[in-house]
Design a protein around this ligand. Structure first.
Ligand SMILES: *[C@@H]1O[C@H](CO)[C@@H](O)[C@H](O)[C@H]1NC(C)=O
Ligand SMILES: CC(=O)N[C@H]1CO[C@H](CO)[C@@H](O)[C@@H]1O
Length: 541
């Protein structure tokens, strides 16, 4: 049986943790009033690590968020930004920096670690070392009994703050350990994500709960974060990628899944799928291992297909734009592979017969990897939305696939018995606990719904898209727009639903061409012209 350790760690630790989803907010304008200040009773330290998620809301430079001062050295420990994008780590007055180029309003995971004996200090960003300094305060120690300030930089113990150096933005899950975490620990803390609590072997010497228990000065406050429901925070959260016109190699969700310790022959991947591209070949999932970048690929190469260890199996189905499908891909190394669309089998056959899938690879949702963890191609990048994507460590049967599809109307997750039998390898909530790159987002409610998500509170896209007050129908008019979003072939009702689901579509111009009903989707209805041949439907909801 393959391990589901990632899931258990994330879920197990989330429950009951004080401070989960409680974010510290340091609002502007810059001042010296917003901070947490106290004496944490630290002993002398010969090693330490400070980690936190941070989201800055300033565009100038030189702002610090962590400051530990002892009599005689106000720069005993300082973390922050000294020049734009340069994250610095001060220890006993010495410092070094990592050029990070951190953008405004984006969550970044930052750790600073130091070990006195080796003299090695590392600044890590999003799980990876960004700068390493050797001979840093080697043999030294951090002095005991100082005062810790979050949100300001102390120029004397507990005071002399400078508004121009005050932190502006948000901080989350700040922890301090009394030893240097290694690269594995740091990567794990990042990979368990913003919403999950990754733990370390030894507890922190200052925990986030300790900080939240202190007085919050000035306008500092605790606000709710994006991790809504601890029971299943991913419920109703659609993973949205930009449409074809904005598809690029910058948009993806990439991670190193824990698929157990042994290479495996059986697996299945199921997901809800909604595409916003009209060209032919795009892929929504790729798993690359050392020596085989096509270990698993799912997507379309003119038609819907499934790739394992470089071999492919293509259906004769080209999925339509602007509608949700439920897709399942199942495989056994000897029993062959099957592709299902909306619970029904559409293709089966041998696929890399006898071959096993290696563990230890890199999974990318949204890009096709041509090398492990990279070499993406914008023309193959996914455009659309995914929801409830799960990977199983068994080859699901026809009945099980039908059950996931039929029972799992859009708003349900995986049936309970599949959790109980531990057959979920990667759960959608694991993906939700990661932070996507680029313009990819997890989104619920109105916006995501317009991008195709079905309301999980009972309202029906179809119904809303056809409300008469959504549409003002004008005959004999045509709208000209440079940003044509593409066209839909089919009846006007289907086109209206598609236009409605697509946040940017404002106008439909429908007409007959070569015996087909065609509707152009336009992003504006600014420039209208008379048109004797075409009927346009103007979307004004
Ligand atoms: C990192 O430290 C943990 C214990 O804290 C240990 O289990 C792991 O093997 C270490 N990793 C490396 C690469 O040293
Ligand atoms: C809870 C529930 O609705 N379960 C049903 C899921 O689908 C299978 C087969 O389609 C039914 O047998 C279950 O009763």
């Amino acid at each position: 049986m393959l391990a589901t350790t990632t899931l258990l760690l994330v879920v197990g630790l989330v429950l009951g943790d004080v401070g989960h989803n409680q974010i510290l907010d340091f609002p502007g304008p810059a001042n010296t009033e917003n901070y947490i200040s106290y004496n944490p009773d630290l002993p002398a330290l010969t090693g330490l690590t400070v980690c936190a998620w941070q989201q800055k809301s300033y565009s100038d430079n030189k702002r610090y968020w962590f400051s530990y001062a002892v009599p005689g050295t106000d720069n005993e420990i300082i973390l922050g930004e000294r020049e734009t994008g340069l994250y610095v780590f001060y220890l006993g007055g010495s410092s070094f920096g990592a050029n990070v180029g951190a953008p405004e309003n984006q969550w970044v995971h930052v750790c600073a670690a130091w070990d006195s004996e080796s003299g090695v200090a590392v600044i890590s960003v999003n799980g990876e070392a960004a700068a390493t300094q050797e001979g840093f305060k080697q043999g030294g120690s951090v002095r005991a009994g100082g005062n810790l300030v979050i949100g300001q930089e102390q120029d004397s113990v507990g005071g002399r703050f400078d508004a121009s150096q005050a932190f502006l933005g948000r901080l989350y899950n700040i922890n301090v350990w009394d030893y240097a975490l290694n690269s594995t620990d740091v990567a794990f803390l990042y990979e368990t994500g913003f919403c999950g609590y990754g733990s370390t072997e030894a507890d922190p010497i200052i925990s986030y709960a300790d900080l939240l228990a202190q007085d919050l000065s000035g306008a500092t406050s605790v606000i709710d974060g994006p991790c809504i429901d601890l029971e299943d925070p991913s419920n109703g959260q659609v993973l949205r990628f930009p449409p074809q016109s904005q598809a690029s190699t910058a948009n993806f969700l990439q991670f190193s899944p824990d698929l157990g310790s042994e290479d495996f022959g059986e697996f299945s991947i199921c997901t809800w799928f909604f595409k916003t591209y009209g060209d032919q070949s795009r892929y929504f999932l790729s798993y690359a291992v050392s020596g085989e970048h096509n270990a698993i690929i799912l997507g379309e190469q003119a038609t819907l297909g499934f790739w394992v260890n470089g071999a492919k199996m293509l259906t004769d189905i080209l999925l339509e734009q602007q509608r949700w499908y439920h897709l399942c891909f199942t495989r056994g190394s000897d029993s062959g592979a099957v592709i299902y669309v909306d619970g029904a089998k559409v293709k089966e056959g041998d696929l890399a017969k006898g071959g096993l899938t290696k563990t230890g690879g890199v999974m990318n949702i949204g890009q096709e990897q041509d090398s492990m963890g990279g070499s993406y191609d914008a023309s193959q990048a996914f455009a659309g939305s995914l929801y409830n994507l799960n990977m199983f460590n068994v080859k699901l049967t026809d009945d099980q696939v039908a059950q996931i599809y039929a029972n799992g109307t859009f708003c349900e997750m995986v049936p309970d018995e599949m959790w109980e039998s531990e057959s979920v390898m990667i759960a959608y909530k694991d993906l939700f606990s990661l932070i996507p790159d680029g313009d990819v987002m997890f989104d619920s409610g109105e916006t995501s719904w317009r991008h195709g998500a079905i309301h999980c509170q009972g309202t029906d896209l179809d119904e809303d898209a056809h409300k008469p007050d959504c549409w003002q129908t004008e005959e004999g008019r045509r709208y000209k727009d440079n940003s044509n979003l593409g066209y839909i072939v089919g009846d006007v009702d289907a086109a209206k639903a598609a236009c409605y689901a697509y946040g940017k579509c404002k106008t439909l111009t429908c007409y007959m061409k070569n015996g087909e009903q065609r509707c152009d989707m336009l992003s504006t209805y600014e420039k209208q012209k008379k048109d004797n041949k075409k009927t346009s439907y103007t979307y004004r909801c």
